[in-house]
Write a protein that binds this ligand. Structure first.
Ligand code: PGA
Length: 276
């Protein structure tokens, strides 16, 4: 457990390149997915954002290959990610998709432990942790999602829940693999509800998560790790959130389906990089 509030980051947040991911969830059809991937490729190539912000998209499984083709055709630096993965390499796991299958389809990142998987599909911390380790072993980057439910926030359990999900999610992960990890703090009550966390509340949770990482892996690793916020981020509230010292970008659901709004969020993250 983390007894005291964490110190301010000891290195400038400029060391951390902002990261913006678009989690499309179970949305789009094939044509819309390809059009959206092409639009994100154009936004990410904008000279105002290129090279100052890492941009990722997480389309539904069936559209990963057409989206990979669209990104390749646009010569885009956008990372292609999957919304989930199974931890076994292959075998009798009907309906599941392995890390190597994802790699084979041009995927280089994966979400693990998204709240909809934890709370709708009842994935526990053990499964999330197995998925993280299997994905890292296969060479994928991982966005580990953590966050408290409303009743947990109301009963003062926010930091305990985040700490447990981070510690178990990163259990047995070697420190040198942390460079391939991003943590997404996504309070469940803020996801898809329009109720965004205030920048101060989000900053507080991020700083405490960074303190947990420092305790697990050492301060230099904690300073280098991107911790992004998710939950009702829009083109309007992104800049306020991204102005906080420990908020290194966002994982975006609804707004990632609207190309102009997602572009505005990417720009807000890039401005953070220029300002730092
Ligand atoms: P939202 O979703 O932006 O629609 O709230 C965020 C997420 O679930 O990653």
């Amino acid at each position: 457990m983390v007894p005291t509030p964490p110190p301010a980051p000891s290195i400038p947040s400029a060391m951390r390149t902002p990261y913006v991911g678009g989690n499309w969830k179970m949305n789009t059809d094939r044509a819309a997915a390809v059009a959206l991937a092409a639009a994100v490729a154009r936004s990410a190539a904008d000279p105002a954002t290129a090279s100052t912000c890492h941009v990722a998209i997480f389309p539904p499984f069936p559209y990963l290959i057409p989206c990979a083709d669209a990104l390749r055709a646009a010569n885009a630096s956008v990372v292609l990610g999957a919304q989930d993965v199974y931890h076994a390499e292959k075998g009798a796991f009907t309906g599941e998709v392995s890390p190597l299958m994802l790699r084979d389809c041009g995927v280089s990142a994966v979400l693990c432990g998204h709240s909809e998987r934890r709370h709708v599909l009842h994935e526990g911390d053990d499964m999330v942790s197995a998925k993280v380790r299997a994905s890292l072993a296969a060479g994928l980057a991982v966005v580990l999602c953590v966050g408290e439910k409303l009743e947990q926030r109301l009963t003062g359990q926010t930091d305990t829940v985040n700490e447990r999900q981070v510690r178990l999610g990163l259990r047995e992960v070697a420190p040198d693999l942390l460079a391939r990890i991003v943590i997404a703090y996504e309070p469940v009550w803020a996801i898809g509800t329009g109720k965004v966390a205030s920048p101060d509340d989000a900053q507080d949770a991020h700083a405490k998560i960074r303190a947990v990482i420092a305790d697990m892996f050492g301060q230099p690793h904690a300073d280098a790790l991107r911790i992004i916020y998710g939950g009702s981020v829009t083109g309007h509230n992104a800049a306020g959130l991204f102005s906080m010292p420990d908020i290194d970008g966002g994982l975006i659901g609804g707004a990632s389906l609207k190309p102009d709004e997602f572009a505005a969020i990417i720009h807000a993250a890039a401005r953070r990089a220029h300002r730092s």
